[in-house]
Design a protein around this ligand. Sequence first.
Ligand SMILES: O=C(O)CCC(=O)C(=O)O
Ligand SMILES: [Fe+2]
Length: 296
Amino acid sequence: MTTTVADLYPTRGSSETVTPRVDPVVWSEPGAPGPMRPSELSDFDRDGFLAIEELITPDEVAVYRAELDRLISDPGVRADERSIIEPKSQDVRSVFEVHRISEVFANLVRDPRVVGRARQILGSDVYVHQSRINVKPGFGASGFYWHSDFETWHAEDGLPNMRTVSVSIALTENYDTNGGLMIMPGSHRTFLGCAGATPKDNYKKSLQMQDAGTPSDEALTKLADAHGIKLFTGKAGSATWFDCNCMHGSGDNITPYPRSNVFIVFNSVENTAVEPFAAPVRRPEFIGARDFTPVR
Ligand SMILES: O=C(O)CCC(=O)C(=O)O
Ligand SMILES: [Fe+2]
């Protein structure tokens, strides 16, 4: 693989490696205008995440929920390559690029409460690297094993620096039982390079179950011992902002209650994707965008 951009975060080699983060977490100057207070930005910097109790109102939640239901019951959407199906139940697990499939979700991305926070954290204009709904229906939806998103986005999509942030917005209540997001606070400061080369069609399998890019039990134990594990709960309309290098995951949902969250990944326009750092081919654009048009 030839790339002119330095690889600051080696991964997918013969052994697991630990590299300290060299990038800032909050990229804007102190006092930069936006919806986040200075104390919220410093909490985000320290923990790697920030929970918002009510990012969108109950009335707005109803609109997004209805749109989610419309999407997952539309046979065309279900058959689209951007929909990922649960292997066991054959339910829709994820729908990618929802901001392109749906005008309703496109509006959510443009909402100043959403994109404004992303700009403030990343200190620049931003574009959407990825968007997805993780439906997590009740009665057996499978979880997402521990991972750092940046590890994948660096290895497989070619994002050079840690200048990317995600927001997970709850469209159903996230209880402590229905497969909510878990993050190890402070883990965003350490980059865990994973062992093992990336297979050519890795993304197809990894969207159903993660394999390459998976940390070892030993590394996860060390990180959890050092940082602890925080579970995010909240009403529909609540949100969690989290840094691209947080160690995070979620368990299965065996309750009757769906845990359906929309995830939007914003990347800085100053950190656009190059060639993958540790994969033979780029992933499809519905998973890792190559259109770097800023959100307006
Ligand atoms: O939906 C979840 O619980 C976690 C999803 C996640 O980590 C991801 O989509 O990268
Ligand atoms: Fe993730």
